[in-house]
Ligand binder design. Sequence first.
Ligand code: PLP
Length: 450
Amino acid sequence: PQTRHWQALGHAHHLPPFSDYRQLKEHGPRIITRASGVYLWDSEGNCILDGMAGLWCVNVGYGREELVEAASRQMRELPYYNLFFQTAHPPAVELARAIAELAPPGMHHVFFTGSGSEANDTVLRLVRHYWAIKGQPRKNVVIGRWNGYHGSTVAGASLGGMKAMHGQGDLPIPGIEHIDQPYWFGEGGGLDPEAFGIRVADQLERKILEIGEERVAAFIAEPIQGAGGVIIPPDSYWPRIREILRKYDILFAADEVVCGFGRTGEWFGSQYYGLEPDLMAIAKGLTSGYLPMGGVVVRDRIVEVLEEGGEFYHGFTYSGHPVAAALALENIRLLREEGIVERVRTRTGPYLQRRWRELAEHPLVGEVRGLGMLAALELVKDKKTRERFPADLAAGMRCREHCFANGLVMRAVGDTMIVAPPLVISEAEIDELIAKARHCLDLTASEMPG
Ligand code: PLP
C-alpha cells in the first residue's frame, strides 16, 4: 500500500528526469527506499544488485558512515558560504589541492560547479574566454562527438551528440559541431578496429579544416563514452586525435564525469589513455554521488592566460559547496586509503572483464567490451552477421526489465546492455552479477522470435 501511495504522489506531482511520461502514467515508478554496499532495496522489500552504481557514481558504495560523518561535521561548522568575490573556505581549497594531486601533471587548479552539466557549460565558457583573452575571439567553435553525452543543460546537451536530445528544444546552439564516435561494433563498416580508429579520428582534422582552424577553440570528448554505450575506442584512436589537436593548436577538454575517480582503474580515464587534457570536467565519483558536485580541472598554461583576463563572470551559488567539498575530500581519502582504485586496476577490474567476456558465448550477444568497472554487451539477432533485432521488439528494454525483476540493475542504451557497478564490488558479488545477467539474457532470448 505504501508503494502505491508513493507512486500516486509521483504521478500527481513529479516530473522525473529522462522518463517516458506516457509509460509512467500506465505503471508507476519503482520506489527505491534504501541501500547498502552494492545493494538497493525497493519499497516492496526486494534486494537489487546495483550494477550501475546509481548513475555511474556511487564509487565507494552505499552506506559509508565516514561520508555521513564528514558531511555532518561540516554542516555544523559552516553549512554554506559562497566563493564569489575573492572568498574561500577550507573545504573548497583543500579539495582543490587533493584533486590537483591526482590529476595529470600540469593541472593544478579547479573551478567548482554543482554538477557535470554545469562543468561542461563552464568548459564552453572557459575555452571561449581563453581565446578571447588571447586576442582571438573568433576562435569559438567547439567540436564534440555524435552520441557523446555531456549533460542536459542547453550547452551540455549541445556539446553532446544525442540526436534525440537535439530534437527537443532546437539544439545544438550555434558554434558547436560534431564528428563521429569511435564505435567499431556499430559503425566499423568492415574495417579492422585499428584502421577504423584512424578513420574516425581523421574526421577531426577534416572538420577543423572545414570550419577553419582559426575558428576552432576546443574538442570535447569522454575518454570512454559512457551513456552512449561504453564505447571503448580502438588503440589507434587517441594517439591520432592528439596529433591533430597539437597540429592545429586546439584545446582538449576531457569529460571525466564517468571515467574519473577510478572507474577505469586509473584516477582519470585520461591517464589510462595517456591523454594530456587542457581541461577535465568532473562530477559523479567526486562525491560518490552522496551530494551533488562537479568541477573543471584546468591546466596551468590556461590559468596563466585567465589571470590576464581579470574577472571571469561565471559561477554558481553552490560552486565548491562546503558540505559537498568536505564529503568529497573524505571520499577521496577512502578511495586512496582503502586502495580502491588500485584494486580495480589490478584485481576486480580484470576479474569483472574476464567474467563478462564469458557472456560472449550467449546466443544473444554480438560483442562484449569493457575496461575496469565499465562493461557493455550488444544484443543481436544473428551473431555472425551482427544483424539487430527490429527496434519495436525493444530487446534492450526487455532485458533491462528482466534484470530489475531478478534483482539486478543493468542499463539499456538501445540494444546495448551496460554495467558500471560500485568500485568496491567484491569478486563474489561480480559472480552474482554475471549469473543474474546470464539468466536475464536467457529470459530475453526466450521472448525473441527465431
Ligand atoms: N558528462 C558525462 C560524461 C556524463 O555521463 C554526465 C551524466 O551522466 C554528465 C556529463 C552530466 O552530469 P550531471 O548529470 O551531473 O549534470
